[in-house]
Ligand binder design. Sequence first.
Ligand code: AMP
Ligand code: ZN
Length: 464
Amino acid sequence: MRIYNTLTRKTEEFKPIKGKTVNLYTCGPTVYNYAHIGNFRTYIFGDILKRYLVYKGYNVKHVMNLTDIDDKTIAGSQKEGVSLREFTEKYALYFHQDLKTLNIKEADIYPKATEHINEMVDIIKKLLKKGIAYKAADGIYYSIARFKGYGKLAGLEKANLIPGKRVLKDEYDKESAQDFALWKYWDKADGEVFWKTSIGKGRPGWHIECSAMSTKYLGQPFDIHAGGTDLIFPHHENEIAQSEGANGKKFVNYWMHSAHLIVDGKKMSKSLGNFHTLRDLTEKGYSPAGIRYLLLSTNYRQQLNFTLEEAKAATKAAETITDFHKRLQEAKPAKSNGNAEATIKEQLESFEKAMDNDLNISEALASVFGLMHELNKLMAAEQLSRNEAKKAKDAIEKIDKVLGILNYANKTNKDNEIDELLRKREDARKRNDWKEADRIREALKQKNIIVEDTKQGPRIKKTL
Ligand code: AMP
Ligand code: ZN
């Protein structure tokens, strides 16, 4: 399998550090808002990468952090007048619900930044000891002049670096590659948010969080670090500087970055206001499977231009695959013309060949549609035997371990909430707690769901 490595700017043969184990870190969300579908394009890229590694027989250990302390989460919690924890937990929960809706495989660990302050302090202390970090009036900074490789990931010219000049904010652009904050001393604007540590009272910068959480769970070096292209600079550049600076060894072997989802030529983003959340789209009637298909079907290094028309087409494409799978199960036994097996083998091989080539999903999907086209022809001509239909079904299910489109419940968060209420109402009825059962019936009514109790159990009717 070959993958494009942002660090070397080359497509390379992928070789894990240890046998068939792959240690994978993907930068997770900053939990200060609903994630939008641009964010989910990046998470789906991570999902496809992981699923394909598993398909190839690797054991993947996947860590995804949750950034629950940074400039944005503090500002958000203050605006809502709730504690940082209450604020971020709410959005973390929404995030997990959305992952479920999109059939994204769960990571093995979701470490939270606020629970790894000690690990961050340890790295900062090492950097101070080595003279790579220094103290200033408002915090502890990383001296980019003291790390020889600074700029290697983003391809920065030495001439464009401004060492000695300091940036306190977590986000800034390439034009101002400066000394960045590792630790921000407490300031009254941060209110209740601070940790008292041996390096002073304050809070971490954003970049140190991922250095600490990735190596704690995956070691150093580890195999693959992934995220959206906007994270190359400064976030990932700074992670390299911190981890390699502190520990004197390579941080990560392969860096993979997915291009953005764009709308009318601009990156979908919260700040531009041109975003759709997953909830907006499912409420408009787009199926989760369709949205998943849309987000996975463009090669990850190409920008994905989002339109509602494309979302409709993707919904159709996802249905085509599901229907085909159903038809194979229902295919009438027929006499084979002997062609099916070779077609299945050929298309499965070309699916793998495409995926082996830096996850070339558009070519891989062309093989899937090629397979469906050929076998549909055989089924229509009644030339597909039962045994061949079974082989075709196995092949499409194998492919679907990567795509994640089949057997898709197509449930939205709203459906899940309704299921949960129905389950609670049944529990109450079993306990003869009629008051609670009626309360839930009323709550469902507010959601336009009418419950009728029949002999076969409760039945629901949706009203508009
Ligand atoms: P954030 O919550 O802003 O830290 O972003 C979380 C992830 O979403 C990061 O990996 C970003 O690179 C990614 N991301 C943000 N906007 C987009 C977009 N329009 N298209 C694709 N990925 C994005
Ligand atoms: Zn990160």
